[in-house]
Design a binder for this molecule. Structure first.
Ligand code: NCD
Length: 303
């Protein structure tokens, strides 16, 4: 099911495939601070044209824990992209030098283009405002690890739901599960119509709010994203919505005891650091699970 697959969009994966990924990641947790030598002789190339901490490092660490090697660059400085090389040519070279390529790019569609020119599998580490499929896999994996199941949960998404690629991919992947999704944002920051139409056509139940207080008591999961300043076309629109929500200990007094808060990170000011010490805060665990989840992905695609 996974062998040699490109991972471009969350839409491409079925529930049995996700379950296989999660079971494999669960197994990989035993080795995520150790070593499982199953990728010896394999090379992963990382081509990150946009900033990243967790996605890049967890992919690199995952490959190293599996006994493989990593080459690549982050930022185009020092590469021939500075001389005007096209993305397609850069990818062709990485394809010749490695067994799998992880790419992050500010333009939507970059990963798909890479997959068209490369023979090796391409993994999308985030392109533009639209796709971040491996983050969405990690998000659902974290929920599954926390609760032991996903079906039946009430999942709130809070923040910049329009420009956050993690939100778009998460909505798409949640169509595989029987969950209720509560979208909480200023009206201007609701997900794109195209995404809403797609996930509703797949049967995902959505409801919309502008105020967290209206729904917080019902939620099992609250997934928070930062306002994606760099993706706003109009700076005035950014000024209008910045700082429009913030998760505080006070707000959480109305929440279920078992509510978990997730965030793909980096956070700016949308979660008060005082929340970190509460039993709700699971975003650091979520980031840590990125290693076993990505070990599982690499293993399933390359072995
Ligand atoms: C996110 C991204 O790059 O889309 N970070 C991540 O990969 N964990 C989220 C963000 O930048 O807000």
């Amino acid at each position: 099911m996974w062998r040699n697959r490109d991972v471009i969009s969350a839409r491409d994966f079925t529930r049995p495939e996700l379950e296989e990924l999660f079971e494999t990641a669960r197994y990989m947790e035993k080795y995520s601070k150790g070593r499982l030598d199953v990728m010896r002789g394999k090379i992963m190339a990382v081509a990150f044209f946009e900033p990243s901490t967790r996605t890049r490092l967890s992919f690199e660490v995952a490959m190293k824990r599996l006994g493989g090697d990593v080459v690549g660059f982050w930022g185009a400085e020092g590469t021939s992209v500075e001389k005007g090389e096209t993305l397609a040519d850069t990818i062709r070279m990485l394809d010749a030098y490695s067994d799998v390529i992880v790419i992050r790019h500010r333009y939507e569609g970059a990963a798909k283009l890479a997959a068209e020119v490369a023979e090796s599998p391409i993994i999308n580490g985030g392109d533009g405002a639209f796709n971040h499929p491996t983050q969405a896999m990690l998000d659902v994996y974290t929920i599954w690890r926390e609760f032991g199941y996903v079906d039946g949960l009430n999942i709130g998404l809070l923040g910049d739901l329009r420009h956050a690629r993690t939100v778009n991919s998460l909505l798409e992947i949640l169509t595989n599960f029987n969950v209720k999704v509560h979208l909480i944002s200023p009206e201007y920051l609701r997900p794109r119509t195209e995404t809403i139409d797609y996930v509703q056509s797949k049967g995902l139940k959505l409801s919309f709010y502008t105020n967290v207080e209206e729904v917080i008591g019902e939620l099992d999961v609250m997934y928070v994203v930062r306002i994606q300043k760099e993706r706003f076309i109009d700076p005035l629109e950014y000024e209008k919505v910045k700082g429009s929500y913030r998760v505080t200990p006070d707000m959480l007094r109305k929440a279920k005891k078992t509510l978990i808060i997730l965030h793909p990170l980096p956070r700016v000011d949308e979660i008060d650091p005082r929340v970190d010490a509460t039993s709700h805060a699971k975003y650091f665990r979520q980031a840590a699970l990125g290693v076993p989840l990505r070990m599982a992905l690499i293993y399933l695609i390359l072995s």
